[in-house]
Write a new protein. Structure first.
Length: 371
């Protein structure tokens, strides 16, 4: 909730009858006169003033300052890549050049670039270097971590505006997920496993938007298969996770299959967001009446009340009007079981469920109607 200034702060900043909030609003309007985010910036500034009044710790103040600076720098630097789909690739920094996984990661970067997808990595060596090498500089972004010992970025992004340095791991992790339209996880050590479990937790709990999570291993590799077996035998079997949580992950063994999985996810699905108490999925194609009728029953467990409602843009998303051409699928999502939500996305991505295409496709591919 927004911070309310106490009497001491209000009295201290009163000037000619203007209260604290009014003075702050005036200052913000000087630099951003037409910003729809004035209330958000006001609350930020009030929060800083509260910290200054408490003045508890210089270390707290330095952490806050460094975090704000890193966020501001990253927002500015990434603005030039706004609108481009991006894929975050995780994997070991120790994978040698001659290893089959390095070769596969390099091929992954190449195929992602061919699909006009940017490749985000930590900017280091191993899998990160391989993916950037395959993608090339114009399709690469490196989020490097500043360490007290010598640390070099890989040759593809070093010394370019495509490399962003971060002081804190937590801000770096934020952008790994925030900027990602998909995540590809290659074999790695503790860091890779930490990243895999963190992105799974964020998506499973709805703290991060639903995106495809692809596990990539060499043909016959057991790294991710062993992890999946453990999840099923221990986590799912003991009810530590829901059975549908496993639907958030897809295991593949080739670069082409990894990119196909990502492209299929966005075949019709574009993006999603919450609007008050409604969950809204934006789609490239509207759904047929028969598909909507089937959805009402087949996915009833995902909604709290009413039914699934399909409509065109009505001006409610004033901050993202550039998506006004997309059809909306709205419902009162329970906010639980994001594995089932992934199943809903798979359903709307099937072309036979789109308006105007179901009859034609079923005549051409009869097996589609049974899927």
């Amino acid at each position: 909730m927004p911070y309310e200034p106490n009497d001491l702060l209000s009295r201290h900043f009163q000037d000619s009858g203007a209260d604290l909030a009014q003075r702050i609003d005036e200052q913000i309007r000087l630099v951003a006169p037409n910003s729809p985010n004035l209330a958000l910036y006001r609350d930020m500034m009030l929060t800083v003033l509260r910290m200054a009044q408490d003045d508890r710790s210089r270390w707290n103040a330095k952490i806050t300052l460094q975090t704000l600076r890193e966020l501001d720098h990253a927002f500015r630097a990434l603005d030039q890549f706004k609108g481009r789909r991006k894929v975050t690739v995780f994997g070991s920094a120790r994978t040698p050049v001659e290893h089959p996984m390095y070769i596969l990661a390099r091929e992954l970067g190449h195929v992602l670039a061919q699909a006009d997808l940017m490749v985000i990595t930590g900017g280091g060596g191993g899998i990160m270097a391989a993916a950037h090498e395959g993608a090339g500089r114009n399709h690469s972004l490196g989020f490097n971590i500043t360490l007290p010992f010598e640390q070099h970025a890989n040759p593809t992004v070093e010394g370019t505006s495509n490399l962003l340095p971060f002081h804190f791991f937590f801000t770096r992790k934020l952008f790994f997920v925030k900027e990602a339209d998909a995540l590809v996880l290659c074999p790695g050590g503790f860091g890779t496993l930490d990243e895999a479990l963190e992105v799974l937790t964020l998506i499973q709990t709805g703290k991060s938007p639903l995106v495809p999570i692809v596990l990539l291993d060499v043909p016959g590799g057991r790294f991710w298969q062993g992890a999946l077996d453990f999840m099923r035998d221990q986590l799912e079997a003991n009810h530590y996770i829901l059975p549908n949580d496993m639907k958030l992950l897809r295991l593949v063994h080739s670069a082409e299959d990894a990119v196909d999985e990502i492209n299929q996810f966005y075949q019709n699905f574009h993006s999603s967001r919450w609007l008050k108490n409604k969950f809204v999925i934006r789609m490239h194609h509207s759904l047929s009446e028969s598909a909507m009728d089937h959805m009402q029953e087949a996915f009833a467990d995902l909604r709290l009340a009413e039914g699934f409602h399909q409509h065109s843009y009505a001006g409610e998303e004033h901050d993202e009007a550039q998506f006004s051409h997309l059809t909306r699928l709205a419902f009162t999502f329970t906010g639980r079981n994001y594995g089932r939500l992934r199943e809903l996305v798979d359903y709307i991505n099937r072309a036979e469920n789109w308006a105007g295409t179901d009859t034609h496709l079923q005549q051409k591919h009869p097996s589609l109607s049974a899927s």
